[in-house]
Design a protein around this ligand. Structure first.
Ligand code: AVI
Length: 301
């Protein structure tokens, strides 16, 4: 058992965790979703026309479609060209089917071609016609949940899957006042706390573990040295947990924590530097008035 204890954050996203995350995107303290949405609402047409640069666009999204935000870009693309191919890439076939039905019904002119793939491991995209360009969307600050080296590698893999002239739109969360960050990851209604504890609910269900869920407290911490928000679960008491499926007994001291998530916050210019290292030419960055979130458009060199 490693010390400090940790769990991988992909474990959050079972059906209940995905529902809770969806709720998080609507809580007042979680500025991330609404700030990025406001940037995309204001600039969708510009992003689409700049990325297209006269060609027809084929949109690819890493993740199964971030609902309204993707819709803004798809709608702007349909305005310019009658038919838009949209390839959402996700590990979850059910999330892709749901996205396909939703989008084809809501935006006539979009043809959804879902791809069941783990884009963190492999990324092979459909070939494009000579008259087409790809625009890959990686929005929602998803890149922030990767360690810096992994994030760089991910951008390099995206670049490797593209042809020169194709584009990437990357949404990154920026460093801001600590009090705003802390509130966003520890909201008053306790939705983020429930999201964090759901990881233990999942281990109880899937590994037959006996975590006493209420005896773990949600902690959100700003780690200024590493420029990241961290989530932890702190054991309120000294206790033992039994995970029969792994034949594992785990001891917790009172106050001992399990580190469950890192959410990196970038400094202005940092995402552009990573994009350049990955073989993209950063073309334009749109930031909200408060300087909280950045949407970067970069072109594959
Ligand atoms: C999915 N990801 C970008 C979210 C974030 O902000 O890092 C996950 C999340 N964790 C707590 N609240 C939201």
């Amino acid at each position: 058992m490693s010390r400090p204890k940790w769990l991988p954050s992909w474990l959050f996203y079972d059906a209940a965790g995905s529902r809770l995350f969806d709720q998080i995107t609507r809580i007042p303290e979680y500025y991330v979703t609404r700030t990025e949405r406001a940037i995309l609402t204001a600039h969708a047409a510009e992003i689409i026309s700049q990325a297209a640069a006269g060609a027809a666009l084929r949109l690819v999204e890493l993740g199964a479609g971030s609902a309204e935000k993707t819709r803004l870009l798809l709608a702007a693309a349909v305005e310019r060209q009658d038919t838009v191919f949209y390839e959402p890439v996700d590990v979850s076939a059910s999330a892709l089917i749901e996205a396909q039905m939703r989008i084809e019904e809501e935006i006539p002119g979009v043809l959804v071609c879902p791809r069941v793939l783990d884009y963190t491991k492999e990324l092979e995209l459909d070939p494009t016609l000579q008259s087409e360009r790809r625009l890959v969307l990686y929005i929602g600050s998803s890149i922030g949940n990767f360690e810096p080296g992994e994030a760089q590698l991910l951008l390099e893999n995206v670049r490797a899957a593209l042809d020169p002239g194709d584009c990437l739109v990357l949404g990154v969360d920026l460093v801001k006042d600590e009090s705003i960050l802390l509130a966003a990851y520890d909201d008053a209604a306790g939705v983020t706390a429930e999201f964090n504890r759901n990881i233990l609910v999942r281990l109880n269900r899937e590994l037959d573990a006996d975590f006493d869920i209420g005896s773990f407290a949600h902690r959100a911490v700003w780690n200024a040295t590493n420029s990241r928000m961290e989530m932890h679960l702190a054991s309120r008491t000294k206790q033992k947990v039994w995970l029969p499926a792994l034949d594992l007994r785990v001891n917790f001291g009172a106050g001992e924590t399990i580190h469950t998530e890192n959410s990196y916050k970038y400094r202005p210019g940092q995402a552009e530097a990573m994009l350049a290292t990955a073989g993209f030419a950063p073309e334009e960055t749109w930031v909200d008035e408060q300087g909280w979130f950045a949407v970067c458009l970069a072109r594959a060199k």
